[in-house]
Design a protein around this ligand. Structure first.
Ligand code: HEM
Length: 536
């Protein structure tokens, strides 16, 4: 069947009639031919040589040769699950319709199916899940108005605030292009020159940098979005996922190392096992809301994703809860091919002017057309669970034509008077922000790179501060001294105690290293030593 919009699971359109001599469990090739020998290729005599027309073998081996698709350029290691989101119909004590007309949030008790993918960021597809790394928390809501993706992380802020820095940042955080090894020195080289990263680094090197697993962690949309109501009025919003009964749990470096020694997939396993035994993880979705303006009274810009919105001024307002209650049936089909993007919004939800959000919105669908293919939205996991009717046609792996029943199949363009597809009516009043400014390339004012770093440091419990310092010392003691000095200066500006404890820790570590007569510890020094040895 070539026409249709059904997306209920892969292989739905298959006819399950048996061929001649076949039983229910007969192995076939992809052409439907029964496979009579899956142990021996066809050869001239039983010692070979082989012949080239071994169709079953060629099909099997050449499909195998193509089993891998490119891994995600970031967030390659992940695990996923299905479930539902249930709206409370209100946000805090107010009807949600005051702020957004998005259908997914209206009518208390309404459930919307979701698929969630959790991930680490910098490691490759099978890297250990105990890494000190942000965790991805991407949710696809299959709403009645089409898909909405909320592509978030576990931490509420991010490293950088301008998308042009993202590829450099990721290069510094991922493996060295020469050795294929990840070095803290590369990360801190970038970080020390980009003070907007300090807040995220402070969280990342504390126990909050290694959540115990995917169930017991928070989530956040991080970037600032908008909600739009029936009158076209917008507010700025942030989304946060708070774990319900399973709670929040983080690991110390030592605990993480112990787990990693035993199991490099502990988080995937934890999620899979919990859902398998009916212990379904649940999160409450909470909103922070701000009026849609620049807010000069704040010492930060509401569009700056390196900042927390203080909860005393902008409290968390619950709007619904999510339950994950079904494991994937096939990792590749569902988790690996899942494609989330920040551009995927429904009526009543909108973008803000957050520059990072805008940069991200181009990047996701762009990479997915390359990583999964031009028709990635026709795959069951990505396709909306509602009617899809476009004039987009063809491309690799187009496996149905997404037009509407009863429409003229010859008309793959619009406008037309020959029974083609028509534009929809505008549902609510459009939100139309007004701009009057020079086109520039400039950082935001109110960058305030140190204020919240100090606050976050002071808000940690003492054991968390100790872990933070110890983890920073471990990473910086194998980084160049120029980088160490710069980091001490930065953290001193955030809080003098923070800088002092780091400086003391590093001095002590230097003594230890001297006592142990270790060679050059930084990659930069080691490389210099190696090149000069090679030249001799
Ligand atoms: C994945 C780009 C910032 C969360 C990705 C992918 C790209 C990307 C290209 C791979 C997508 C795929 O292959 O399907 C960017 C760019 C950013 C940025 C250019 C900044 C300008 C962020 C931020 C967050 C985030 C701030 C957190 C809110 C995620 C998550 C995934 C992801 C959770 C994995 C999605 C999945 O599970 O498939 N990002 N990203 N990214 N990103 Fe970002």
């Amino acid at each position: 069947e070539l026409t249709g919009t059904s997306v209920e699971g892969a292989g739905d359109s298959h006819d399950h009639r048996l061929g001649t001599g076949e039983a229910e469990d007969t192995l076939t090739n992809r052409q439907g031919h029964p496979v009579t020998d899956n142990q021996n290729i066809r050869t001239v005599g039983n010692r070979g040589p082989g012949t080239l027309e071994n169709y079953d073998f060629l099909e099997k081996i050449s499909h195998f040769d193509r089993e891998r698709i490119p891994e995600r350029v970031v967030h390659a290691r992940g695990a996923g699950a299905h479930g539902y989101f249930e709206t409370y119909g209100k946000v805090g004590d107010e009807p949600v319709s005051k702020y957004t007309r998005a259908k997914v949030f209206q009518d208390a008790g309404k459930q919307t199916p979701v698929f969630v993918r959790f991930s680490t960021v910098a490691g490759a597809k099978e890297s250990p899940e105990t890494a000190r790394d942000p965790r991805g928390f991407a949710v696809k809501f299959y709403t009645e108005d089409g898909n909405w993706d909320l592509v978030g992380n576990n931490l509420k802020i991010f490293f950088i605030r301008d998308p042009i820095k993202f590829p450099d940042m990721i290069h510094a955080f991922k493996v060295d292009p020469v050795t294929n090894i990840q070095y803290p020195e590369r990360m801190f080289d970038f970080v020390s020159q980009s003070p907007e990263t300090l807040h995220m680094i402070t969280f990342l090197f504390s126990p909050w940098g290694i959540p115990a697993n995917y169930r017991q962690m928070q989530g956040s949309g991080v970037n600032t979005y908008k909600w739009v109501n029936e009158d076209g009025e917008a507010v700025l919003v942030k989304y946060h996922w708070e774990p319900l009964s399973q709670g929040i749990r983080n690991l110390t470096q030592k605990e993480a190392q112990e787990i990693q020694g035993e199991n490099t997939s502990h988080a995937t396993q934890d999620l899979y096992d919990a859902i398998g035994r009916g212990d379904f993880p649940e999160w409450e979705l909470c909103m922070q809301i701000m009026s849609d303006e620049e807010h000069p009274e704040l010492d930060f810009d509401p569009l700056d994703d390196t900042k927390l919105w203080p909860t005393d001024k902008f409290p968390f307002l619950p709007v619904g809860k999510m339950v994950l209650n079904k494991n994937p049936e096939n990792f590749f089909a569902e988790v690996e091919q899942a494609a989330f993007g920040t551009g995927v919004l429904v009526d009543g939800l909108d973008f803000s002017d957050d520059k990072m959000l805008q940069g991200r919105t181009f990047s996701y669908s762009d990479t997915q057309r390359y990583r999964v293919g031009a028709n990635y939205l026709q795959l069951p996991i990505n396709s909306p669970k509602k009617r899809v009717a476009t004039n987009q046609r063809d491309g690799q792996h187009a496996h149905y034509v997404d037009t509407a029943p009863g429409r003229n199949p010859h008309v793959n363009y619009e406008p037309s008077v020959l029974d083609g597809l028509k534009e929809s009516k505008q549902i609510g009043k459009i939100h139309e922000p007004h701009y009057n400014a020079k086109l520039v390339r400039q950082p935001i004012d109110r960058s305030n790179n140190y204020g919240q770093v100090g606050e976050t440091y002071r808000n940690f419990e003492e054991w968390e501060r100790e872990e933070l310092i110890s983890n920073l010392v471990a990473a910086l003691s194998v980084s160049h001294e120029k980088i160490q000095q710069q980091m001490i200066e930065h953290f001193t500006k955030a809080d003098p105690d923070y800088g002092k404890r780091l400086a003391n820790g590093l001095a002590k570590e230097k003594e230890n290293m001297k006592d142990q007569k270790k060679g050059p510890k930084t990659t930069y020094d080691a490389e210099k030593a190696m090149y000069s040895a090679q030249r001799k």
